[in-house]
Design a protein around this ligand. Structure first.
Ligand code: LLP
Length: 434
């Protein structure tokens, strides 16, 4: 599955998603346009809950909202019974606006500002995942001033380097995140945390990275964190009631990708924690997972309009579309590879290789190099699948490009859940010199 679950080619030979003709959507809402299939998002949520709870009822799935957050998305997550992870005050504020229950929110971040912690404490969120010594001190002081005692977890760096792009590895020793195990800092920190009067330690958190296919890195990380849990228990008597193993399950961006399934992932996580708990003779903690990309990534596609075609004889053909690095930074940041199709020629055979370029003043603004497509003409609607995660969230206004709209489609209905920015939006924060 690279395309959303409900994708099909309709009688007009157009790509259809959620019962909506994408070529019609492009006409109605203009391009570039993010189209997200509600059914795919809900199916992934259900697959996560059922796969984990089948193996262990005492598990929670926390949606990592950095992959894609909006008020409508929060509503779906709540309806599907997942918890929510936010990594900034902005994400927390959106959850608040969506009336997402505070007691189901986890907060992350390696440098949460006092204002962000203030909002978290005011809202009374479920748990703050503390990332540094400075944060512990600050949070304890703020909690004392407010007369509250927030639940916290400590983010531990297990010293693992999974196989994925360097920029999205987070569990290695040399990481800005969390408390290191190798240098003994993690153990020291747990001991100190237990002395803080205004903080309630619930357990430990790890997150080794993102877009991970090989599950053995998770098995190793679990072994390491459970060894540590046992060490903590022996040295302090503290028994972690929860273990949060983070997110990171990879998805299919290209047909040839072979990510593990949610079921296989659940098996490795749940059986891993259970096995290690038994090995150490400690009670099995509640297991928490934090998927982002694998919930929402394949639900989304981006639609673009082809504006210009430049043929360089014997070298390559550039097809330029009306978006690019302002709506999808992943090819430029992580060398991410995408597929493409022509939404209005969905049943045409590919004929030649072309390069899909963005419209930005930057030679590196290339979405896909050498993609095989049917004969492309100006005005065609190009579709890049698997852009539901970290697409709109990393969108920007480079070259003062307004950010696209986001449409949720379901059973033939299209709902604009984020409207397109307009030129007025681009200047609304500006003030002229006096
Ligand atoms: N939990 C924590 C603490 C995280 O930092 C992340 C992602 C997740 C969960 C969710 O990971 P996921 O299941 O989505 O892989 N912009 C990059 C990805 C950055 C991931 C940051 N942290 C990309 O586009 O590939």
């Amino acid at each position: 599955m690279v395309l959303p679950l409900t994708a099909q080619i309709n009688e007009g030979g157009h790509l259809e998603i959620g019962g909506c003709d994408t070529v019609e959507l492009a006409k109605r809402f203009n391009t570039p346009l993010f189209v997200m299939d509600e059914m795919t998002i809900r199916k992934q949520c259900r697959e996560y809950l059922s796969s984990f709870r089948k193996l262990d009822k005492n598990t929670e799935v926390i949606y990592a909202s950095k992959a894609f957050i909006s008020i409508a998305m929060c509503q779906i997550i709540q309806e599907e019974g997942l918890l929510l992870d936010v990594s900034s005050g902005g994400e927390l504020y959106i959850a608040k606006k969506a009336n997402f229950p505070s007691e189901k929110i986890f907060m992350h971040g390696n440098n949460k500002t006092p204002q962000e912690l203030e909002l978290a404490l005011e809202m009374g969120i479920d748990c703050i995942v503390v990332d540094s010594e400075n944060e512990l001190e600050l949070l304890d002081k703020m909690a004392s001033e407010k007369g509250v005692k927030p639940d916290i977890m400590l983010r531990i760096t297990p010293g693992i380097k999974p196989s994925t792009h360097n920029y999205i590895q987070t569990g290695q020793v040399d990481s800005k995140f969390g408390f290191g195990l190798a240098d003994g800092i993690a153990l020291e920190t747990v001991k100190r945390t237990l002395e803080y009067k205004n903080l309630c330690l619930r357990g430990l958190h790890i997150h080794i990275g993102s877009q991970i296919f090989a599950l053995h890195s998770y098995a190793k990380a679990i072994e390491i964190i459970m060894d540590f849990t046992k060490q903590v228990f022996d040295e302090t008597g503290f028994s972690a009631t929860e273990i949060n193993v983070g997110g990171g399950l990879g998805i299919k961006y290209e047909a040839k990708d072979e990510p593990s399934t949610i079921k296989e992932y659940a098996e490795v996580i749940v059986r891993g924690v259970q096995r290690e708990a038994e090995k150490h003779g400690i009670p099995c903690p509640k297991i928490l997972v934090e998927p982002g990309r694998s919930i929402v990534g394949n639900s989304g596609v981006t639609l673009y309009t082809v504006g210009t075609i430049k043929k360089i004889p014997g070298i390559r053909t550039y097809i330029s579309i009306d978006g690019g690095m302002s709506d999808n930074l992943r090819p430029m940041l992580y060398d991410a590879v995408y597929e493409a199709m022509i939404a209005n020629k969905a049943n045409f055979e590919p004929v030649s290789k072309v390069t899909l370029a963005g419209k930005h003043c930057e030679a590196g603004d290339v979405l896909i190099k050498d993609v095989k497509l049917p004969s492309v003409e100006v005005g065609d609607i190009l579709c890049t699948p698997a852009t539901g995660a970290y697409g709109y969230m990393m969108a920007n206004n480079y070259n003062k490009q307004p950010r696209p709209a986001v449409i949720f489609v379901n059973k033939g209905n299209a709902t604009e859940i984020i409207r397109r920015e307009n030129y007025e939006d681009l200047v609304c924060l500006e003030r002229p010199l006096k």
